[in-house]
Design a protein around this ligand. Structure first.
Ligand code: GRF
Length: 212
């Protein structure tokens, strides 16, 4: 059975979607551990409820980002995972960490990348009068929110929408596309090569697998 380690910082609703997909056999793998930079993350309670090993590391206990990430990598590597999944992990990763997991590190970012890397993406989309927003699953590279996109999902923005409404709409899509992409990886259908994502031997375009 292939092994997945998940990193969370907060709610962990995407983590829950992955737990459910593993339990229901939609992902043929085991989530062996969840790690967090935040001891209060609700995702840690989800892990406990699901019987998954959980551990928090406190950044204040480490001299710098490199030292924290080295400890994080050591904690992850105990489990020898096939895949490391960032699910609302809100701490910037060092290049050393990213290189160590190159090709087996996924992230989900709430925008239609390359639009809106970074924070407050929903707010920016509303303020700019965008008619649509969305989410992107991508391989992680040294460039923040800049690695090859695998799959995106779009949602409409309606006039008068509050930020929370757009967030909810985006998250509903995230809970579908993230488990799907993870299943592709676990089945050996997905890889990162030449700074691109490849699915079933085909190089995916910049916006990822075209679902529409
Ligand atoms: C998600 O919207 C994801 O796109 C972003 O952070 C959010 C995490 O939500 N990276 P959750 O912790 O999975 O509920």
């Amino acid at each position: 059975m292939k092994k997945i380690v998940v990193l969370v910082s907060g709610q962990g609703s995407n983590f829950q979607a992955l737990i459910d997909a593993c339990q229901q056999g939609r992902i043929d793998a085991t989530i062996v551990a969840v790690l967090s930079n935040n001891a209060q993350a609700y995702g840690l309670q989800r892990a406990e409820a699901a019987g998954i090993a959980a551990q928090a590391l406190d950044a204040k206990a480490f001299a710098d980002r490199e030292a924290f990430d080295a400890a994080l990598a050591q904690a992850i590597d105990q489990y020898q995972p096939d895949l490391v999944v960032l699910a609302g992990y809100m701490r910037i990763l060092s290049n050393t960490f990213v290189q160590h997991y190159a090709g087996r590190l996924l992230n989900i970012h709430p925008s239609l990348l390359p639009k809106y890397p970074g924070l407050h993406t929903h707010r920016q989309a509303i303020d700019n009068g965008d008619a649509e927003h969305g989410t992107s699953v991508h391989f992680v590279t040294e460039q923040l929110d800049g690695g090859p996109v695998i799959l995106q999902a779009k949602v409409p923005i309606f006039p008068g929408d509050e930020e929370y409404e757009v967030i909810e709409r985006v998250q509903t899509q995230e809970h579908t596309i993230y488990p799907l992409v993870v299943s592709w990886f676990i089945e050996g259908r997905l890889a990162m090569r030449d700074n691109a994502a490849w699915l079933d031997g085909e190089r995916l375009p910049a916006q990822g697998y075209a679902a529409d």
